[in-house]
Ligand binder design. Structure first.
Ligand code: SF4
Length: 157
């Protein structure tokens, strides 16, 4: 995902020396604060991530109720054209740098509803950083996806 500011100009952090940027990336990778857009039957699997068995908070993943403090937008389940307009508003409210994770076949490619007139693919509307495959993806797969996002943040410029 681009780390440019909303106006397309480099942000303040982009002018910092590389070691300092790496340090910021390390901080970010251990404090992923997602806001989730849960609209489908993948959600029971997603919810387990924050229960006692998987407990993603131990990795610094803290679900947020506000987009203004979030850096990751997670789509869970099918997304309709109408809901995507709302999701885009949420995305625009999030500060840079921000990331997008897509969970499940529906949000990735309309899943079992390829002929649907109302469902959309998230990738047609915004850049996606991590896809988590499955219908629904198991909590283990979703946790692995979060680890892949962490790796991507760590390796970022
Ligand atoms: S990917 Fe499967 S489990 Fe997830 S929302 Fe679509 S139909 Fe439901």
């Amino acid at each position: 995902m681009s780390r440019e500011s909303f106006e397309g100009k480099p942000g303040l952090l982009d002018k910092l020396p590389k070691p300092v940027k790496k340090m910021f990336n390390w901080f970010r990778s251990y404090s992923i604060w997602p806001v989730h857009f849960v609209t489908g039957c993948c959600s029971p699997e997603y919810m387990q991530l924050f229960g006692p068995r998987y407990d993603l908070e131990r990795w610094g993943v803290l679900p947020m109720g506000s987009t203004r403090q979030s850096d990751t937008l997670i789509f869970v389940g099918n997304v309709s054209r109408k809901m995507m307009l709302r999701a885009m508003t949420l995305y625009e409210q999030m500060p840079e740098p921000k990331y997008v994770v897509v969970v499940g076949a529906c949000a990735t490619s309309k899943g079992p509803f390829p002929e649907s007139y109302s469902l959309v693919r998230v990738k047609d509307y915004m850049d996606v950083d991590v896809y988590i495959a499955g219908c629904p993806p198991k909590p283990e797969a979703q946790a692995y996806g979060i680890l892949q996002l962490r790796k991507k943040i760590l390796e970022g410029e």
